[in-house]
Ligand binder design. Structure first.
Ligand code: UDX
Length: 432
């Protein structure tokens, strides 16, 4: 396919990455947002989110004249061949996805869309949304297509440009094929299907990942109780090609803008058609239990009582490589620590400013000053390079609780500190 005229509505993680990458593939892209200030910043090449390669791609698109940013969807779509909907679909009441932003956009563009222009959902939307959009549009001349994204924060650009697969679904097959052709330069298998199946692929994949993580966190807990080592257990599991090695790292629970929202939404969708998805509900429950176990572990590290203790926190983002705090397990854990009466001081390489219930400082050593225990909650690589002996001198206590199994226990122990990981018995760690 040659260059298509594309409008991307919404300039969050998904929209901005989609717009900038489609422009990079040679399409003519207009990105739309309701936030005038944001649009002005983007038009000047300023990207607020931490996403490797994105700012560069935006600048290149702007200077090549293939990417522009505007306010107001109505005017932007008048000449479009494809409109990507990338507006937020947050968790609404009862866990179901809140589609008000999608509905508002449809309302705005409905009368302006040229005949034949494909309306494409990119944000994760409940199964049946494409059909609902069709009904809202009431236009037989406008095909509706579901084309879910599988972008991870922190590697969104790389994920877009090197996808595992491209999933496109529509009840009009020709439209689905046309949308798949927009990505023709990317070497990836295409799954062309109906709209409902494409919509379900996204939920089924994300919820599977969430279940995998809950499972591994539960296995780590079992390791602790049985005296086994999660590192060896996951290594042994990972060689099985049916399981794979990724998404096997235990942690303080899964978070971020997608997995929590999508798991709740799928439970809700299942319920709406009379199916009790207890397997998935259990994974959500396990994720809450994991945070409780982490807090109990930290309490144990300071002698059993958090009240009055000083806890230093390393990492606040929901995972390394991002400054995103949405549904971050680190924030839940720090909030629980504060609620139990601990005094929390935190450092994250990508998070500054002020947050309730804690004092944010500029480096790990300030976190250590007078701390009874230090807890690693996000797996930032720079924490591996901390001078643990210097840090040990600054601390009041001697416990390092490593909820990501990030650090080399031997290095921490050599500094005279105690290392507590997840699912790793002390004897095994010492034996290494
Ligand atoms: C996720 C999906 O991976 C992506 O395909 C989808 O489009 C959006 O949602 P993201 O939210 O960026 O991406 O985060 P991801 O890398 O999947 O991590 C999710 C959570 O799981 C994080 O809290 C992370 O720390 C945790 N995690 C991940 C682990 O605890 N262990 C692992 O081995 C992997």
């Amino acid at each position: 396919m040659g260059s298509a005229r594309i409008v991307v509505i919404g300039t969050g993680y998904v929209g901005l990455t989609t717009g900038a990458c489609l422009a990079g593939l040679g399409h003519q892209v207009t990105c739309v947002d309701v936030d005038e200030k944001k649009v002005a910043r983007l038009a000047a090449g300023q990207v607020d989110i931490l996403e490797p390669g994105l700012e560069e791609l935006v600048s290149r698109g702007l200077s090549a004249g293939r990417l522009n940013f505007v306010v107001g969807a109505g005017a932007a779509v008048a000449n479009a061949e494809a409109v990507f909907l990338c507006v937020p679909t947050p968790m609404g009441a009862g866990g179901a996805a809140d589609l008000r932003a999608v509905e508002a956009v449809i309302d705005e563009i409905c009368g302006v869309l040229p005949a034949g222009c494909a309306v494409i959902t990119k944000s994760t939307v409940p199964v049946g949304t494409a059909q609902r959009i069709r009904a809202m549009l009431g236009r037989v001349d406008v095909p509706v297509v579901a084309n879910p994204e599988f972008l991870r924060e922190g590697t969104a650009v790389a994920d877009f440009l090197n996808p595992d697969r491209i999933v496109v679904g529509s009840d009009e097959e020709q439209a689905a094929r046309w949308v798949a052709d927009l990505y023709t330069d990317l070497a990836a298998p295409n799954v062309i299907t109906d709209a409902a199946s494409a919509e379900l692929v996204k939920y089924a994949a994300n919820c599977f990942l969430a279940m995998k993580l809950s499972y591994v966190n539960a296995i780590a807990e079992l390791c602790e109780r049985l005296g086994a080592d999660i590192m060896s257990v996951t290594e042994g599991m990972g060689y099985d090609r049916r399981i794979g090695r990724s998404f096997l790292k235990p942690g303080p629970g899964w978070g971020g803008s997608c997995l929590p929202k999508d798991t709740h939404a799928l439970v809700q969708v299942a319920e709406s058609v009379g199916f009790d998805f207890s397997l998935l509900s259990a994974a959500i429950g396990e994720n809450i239990a994991q945070r409780d176990r982490i807090v109990a572990k930290i309490a144990g590290a300071v002698g059993g009582t958090l009240a009055g203790s000083r806890i230093g926190v390393l990492g606040l983002a929901f995972k390394a490589g991002t400054n995103d705090l949405r549904d971050s397990p680190a924030l839940s854990v720090t909030a629980m620590l504060a609620a139990h009466g601990a005094e929390v001081t935190a450092y994250d390489p990508a998070v500054g400013g002020e947050l309730p219930g804690m004092r944010i400082v500029d480096d790990p050593y300030q976190v250590a000053k007078g701390a009874d225990a230090i807890v690693v909650l996000t797996e930032w690589d720079e924490f591996r390079r901390i001078d643990w002996s210097y840090l040990a001198d600054l601390m009041q206590g001697d416990s390092i609780v490593d909820t990501r199994n990030l650090l080399d226990p031997q290095v921490v122990l050599a500094a005279g500190l105690t290392w507590l990981g997840l699912g790793r018995p002390r004897a095994r760690v010492l034996a290494r």
